[in-house]
Ligand binder design. Structure first.
Ligand code: ATP
Ligand code: MG
Length: 416
């Protein structure tokens, strides 16, 4: 026998028994996002590598370590590790800044990151997310968070923690960066290799480090004092204050976390994450923030923007598993022709119906019906002659012979 070929490490098949949960994630996204005025956008799975280098930032783990990059016709291409850069490219290229603000876009689909696979972390995974362009006011930040919470609640997820922070603007952040570097200088040799690189390139990202020895260093009182210090300029402080005021008005409970800086380079002012207490160590389901300079950085007109993304696998693992869905009816008959005819008649009326394509024995067909359907629709010789069907309710075993035209009523009523 030939060798079997396995699925790649860090990737997974989504099997038929799981698909109804995926449909639920997608259906709720469409419904809830539409209520807030969002339209779906679908951008290509691969883009020019430069888009991510410029758009995500060359000090990020994503760009430095995690991209699937390949060459084709002397072009460097990359499988998208996230979708904000792609959506921004499309926004610019399609002149969407001419539309009246806000422009609200949402997406769903696979993303690719070369990282160490573990529970809640894959190499091909899926995100659902939103991007809103054109509004600099903190109302946009609050509405974006409200939408995330609304969506999560629609999925029955309530045990969540919303963490927020403000990264200020490039101006006020500069001084904060300088202070962080200064206080961490004596610890430089004790920092992990990544943090040593970040120290020069993007010192705020140090605060996001997951390495235990680094985390311990940041706990030191003199370092905590700098981390917790107020550095926001007047405008940024007002923006943050108003953002919090709207969250309170919307009854969204939040926790402020000064260590929350997010993994991507493009954020300014508001950043947030939503965590679930039921996920173990990969506990973030949603991450996002404001990125007012990205559109300009990628060659468009300066346009304020805010967005977030959620990991769909992580959402999925939090959802209650639905019971396998049953057919409305399974036709049991020795006459394939009559079974076929009845099946089509009922399918055309919107019912989920199957019959035995292999024409097995009557008793086998009944056994199968009991496994897969809510009702057995028995078409014996007698029923065919009298244009009736014996409808057997497979959970109560109650059986009743009805005229064919009454089947729907019978199944519909019992189903309803
Ligand atoms: P983390 O710190 O967990 O690596 P991140 O900051 O890299 O997260 P984002 O880029 O903000 O994640 O992506 C948003 C969401 O996408 C995350 O909160 C998470 O739910 C999900 N996600 C990110 N990377 C993966 C992955 N490799 N596998 C599964 N889900 C992921
Ligand atoms: Mg990551």
């Amino acid at each position: 026998m030939a060798n079997i070929i396995h699925v790649q490490k860090g990737t997974k098949d989504i099997l038929p028994q799981e698909i109804s949960q995926w449909h639920r994630l997608e259906q709720n996204a469409l419904e809830i996002f539409t209520k807030y005025g969002y339209k779906e956008i679908r951008t290509p799975i691969f883009e020019a590598t430069e888009l991510f280098a410029r758009g995500v930032g060359d000090t990020t783990d994503i760009v430095n370590k995690e991209m699937y990059t390949f060459e084709k016709s002397e072009r460097s291409l990359t499988l998208r590790p996230e979708n904000t850069a792609g959506v921004v490219r499309s926004f610019i290229e399609n002149g969407m800044s001419r539309l009246s603000a806000p422009v609200k876009l949402w997406y769903k689909g696979p993303m690719f990151r070369y990282e160490r696979p573990q529970a809640g972390r894959q190499r091909q995974f899926h995100q659902v997310g939103i991007e809103m362009f054109g509004i600099k006011e903190p109302t946009a930040d609050a509405e974006a968070v409200m939408l995330a919470v609304d969506y999560l609640n629609s999925l029955g997820l309530n045990d969540l923690e919303v963490e927020i922070n403000s990264l200020g603007c490039p101006k006020c952040r500069e001084e904060y960066k300088r202070k962080i570097k200064e206080v961490l200088k004596p610890e430089f040799d004790n920092l992990c290799e990544d943090c040593q690189t970040r120290y020069e390139k993007n010192p705020l990202r140090l605060l996001d480090c997951k390495v235990e020895t680094c985390k311990a260093i940041f706990e030191k009182p003199e370092i905590q004092k700098v981390i917790k210090s107020d550095f926001l300029c007047e405008e940024c402080a007002q923006h943050y204050k108003d953002f919090k005021k709207y969250l309170e008005k919307l009854n969204i409970k939040y926790v402020e976390n000064k260590l929350l800086v997010r993994g991507l380079d493009y954020y300014n002012r508001t950043v947030f994450e939503i965590k679930s207490n039921n996920l173990g160590s990969q506990n973030a389901v949603c991450g996002g923030g404001r990125y007012d300079s990205l559109v300009g950085q990628l060659g468009g007109e300066d346009t304020p923007a805010i967005g977030w993304a959620m990991g769909m696998e992580r959402l999925n693992s939090l959802l209650e598993k639905p019971e396998a869905e049953k057919l409305d009816g399974y036709i049991v008959s020795n006459s394939s022709e009559d079974a076929f005819e009845l099946a089509q008649e009922l399918r055309n009326k919107g019912l989920k119906v199957e019959f035995d394509l292999a024409n097995k024995k009557f008793t086998k067909q009944l056994e199968k019906a009991a496994k897969v359907a809510k009702f057995a629709l028995i078409l014996g010789e007698d029923e065919i002659r009298t244009n009736t069907v014996s409808v057997k309710n497979l959970s109560t075993s109650e059986q009743i012979k009805v005229p064919r035209c009454d089947i729907i009523k019978r199944i519909g009523e019992k189903n309803g």
